[in-house]
Design a protein around this ligand. Structure first.
Ligand SMILES: Cc1cc2nc3c(=O)[nH]c(=O)nc-3n(C[C@H](O)[C@H](O)[C@H](O)COP(=O)(O)OP(=O)(O)OC[C@H]3O[C@@H](n4cnc5c(N)ncnc54)[C@H](O)[C@@H]3O)c2cc1C
Length: 495
């Protein structure tokens, strides 16, 4: 399908279609450049950008003076503008870090000072009645909390999809199912070989997440090893009234920001993550030991979380470099290669600022960034907000009313819209990430056949060609399901 691209020359090739690659693709699509974007999976946002906490961090948890602290703050400030253009559901709901003892209050003071040094506005330590007023369901043993009004929540995969749709709409050539296998550097730039095409480019951006060490090595740069640090999560049902209004953290540890309890932008409750160093980059299974630790810690923050129904569990792997800061910049060994290495949390928050930084680096290196008159910054949402007057029906003939997914009230019109957009959609998971069909308590038992039928009708694919994660995708990871999670929650609530 893509062999016609062999021999084509691009100004910039971006490797990796996670949230970092998507921001870079969209940022560069503002300019008159020939851009190609390579992703080995059959959709965007299949790496750690699809499985994380979805928190837009305020910026108080990062060490002052680091690249990550600066880019986290800059990125955070860009979310409201991006949301107005791309409509992926960002909500600036604020966050609290809880302290349960005096020594933890000292830690809050440190975080407050660190946040202020980083330039985070509006931070304050709150206690007693003020804390209860803000979050009545937080454990009454919490003695104080650091309040950050600048934190928020976002659906990380919806954001990545929105950026990618807009980048492609503005001329970026996105090639899915295209794994970069070898890279060589000549006098004028790079030759990049994938399984089905060869292309050349002047600049190469390595945004391959967990695999960015391997991509750097393919180009002749052995800078750093990236190892997976897994985080497991539990997704709970939507409470009738909010369990918490903001994101509830505990004091951070050397392994990360700790277990949080947070409302998602679609009204569910998220518990997690833990942090465990593992060996397999693609191992995103969940297990009893990891989830038990998550549930125990989460119930300590918000005991009433134990009353909600558990829907599912999932895991994501942080690209951990062992270094104190991210490595972002031109390779010292390979001219023209920009590496983005070890972009773990708060990489989602920082991603818009990372993209600006990359554009600046290219310009300083001599790439002409000439604004494109035709650049369109808007992208309409896929999921339509339904008000009380909405009457969906599984038997309706009008696609605007015909329900494909009962749990999440997804209409046929939304599925059709998702498929007819600039990115190819070929799996039921791709529909799920765009529309939420299959995200509810029945986990697709009702909607999956309907999604397959509709997808088959629109794309011309035979139903048996439509799989959960696409052609040649690895087997689904082992994950604890709702009934197993309920038992763990009951154990931890009673014991
Ligand atoms: C458990 C967890 C919790 C987190 N929580 C938060 C949070 O709350 N807030 C926050 O700001 N950040 C958070 N993060 C960090 C954030 O998720 C990451 O920083 C961000 O998603 C990194 O995006 P990326 O695009 O660099 O990587 P990825 O999303 O992994 O994308 C890399 C892409 O490169 C592709 N690729 C790899 N090799 C090749 C190749 N050879 N050829 C073609 N394509 C290739 C992969 O398939 C993948 O799609 C969390 C991360 C984890 C794991």
């Amino acid at each position: 399908m893509t062999s016609d691209l062999s021999g084509l020359t691009y100004d910039v090739a971006i490797i990796g279609a996670g949230v970092v690659g998507a921001n870079i693709a969209r940022e560069l699509s503002r300019y008159n450049l020939r851009l190609v974007w390579l992703e080995k999976e059959n959709d965007v946002s299949c790496g750690c950008s699809k499985a994380n906490s979805g928190i837009v961090h305020g910026g108080f948890a990062e060490r002052p003076g680091t690249v990550r602290a600066r880019l986290c703050l800059e990125g955070n400030r860009m979310f409201a503008g991006l949301e107005n253009q791309l409509h992926f559901g960002y909500q600036p709901i604020g966050s609290l870090v809880l302290a349960f003892a005096d020594e933890e209050v000292n830690r809050l003071e440190q975080l407050l000072g660190q946040g202020q040094a980083n330039g985070v506005e509006g931070l304050e330590i709150i206690k007693g009645e003020r804390l209860r007023e803000l979050e009545p369901r937080v454990n009454r043993q919490a003695v104080a909390a650091l309040y950050c009004p600048q934190s928020g929540v976002v659906s990380p995969y919806e954001m990545t999809i929105a950026l990618a749709e807009n980048a492609v709409r503005n001329g970026v050539r996105l090639l899915l199912g295209t794994e970069v296998l070898s890279i060589s550097r000549g006098a004028d730039g790079f030759t990049v070989v994938c399984q089905n095409l060869t292309l050349t480019c002047r600049y190469l951006i390595n945004a391959a997440g967990l695999y960015s060490d391997r991509v750097a090595e393919l180009a002749g740069d052995r800078t750093v090893r990236i190892s997976p640090r897994r985080g497991q999560y539990v997704v709970l049902s939507k409470p009738a009234s909010p369990l918490t209004h903001s994101v509830i953290f505990q004091c951070p540890s050397p392994l990360g920001k700790g277990v949080l309890v947070a409302p998602t932008c679609h009204g569910n409750v998220l518990l997690g993550p833990n942090a465990e160093d593992i060996t397999e980059k693609d191992d995103v299974g969940t297990d009893e030991a990891g989830l038990r630790a998550v549930i125990r810690a989460a119930l300590r923050s918000v005991p009433a979380a134990g009353n909600l129904q558990a829907i599912t569990s999932f895991a994501g792997n942080r690209p951990y470099s062992g270094l104190p800061d991210w490595l972002i910049g031109f390779s010292e060994r390979v001219p023209g290669l920009i590496n983005l290495l070890g972009i773990d949390s708060p990489g989602l928050t920082a991603s818009p600022a990372i993209a600006r930084l990359v554009a600046d680096m290219l310009q300083q290196d001599g790439l002409t960034l000439e604004a494109k008159g035709s650049f369109c910054e808007q992208r309409p949402p896929i999921i339509k907000k339904k008000d009380r007057s909405f009457r969906g029906d599984v038997n309706a003939t009008d696609p605007q009313r015909r329900l494909i997914c009962r749990c999440e009230q997804v209409t046929a019109a939304e599925v059709i819209d998702a498929v007819r957009r600039p990115l190819p959609v070929t799996s039921t998971d791709a529909i799920k990430r765009r529309t939420r069909a299959g995200m509810g308590p029945c986990q697709g038992a009702f909607c999956r056949p309907r999604v397959v039928e509709l997808l088959s009708r629109i794309t011309g694919l035979r139903p048996e060609q439509i799989t959960t994660r696409g052609k040649d995708s690895p087997p689904l990871p082992a994950r604890l399901a709702g009934s197993q999670l309920k038992k763990l929650i009951d154990d931890e609530t009673t014991g």
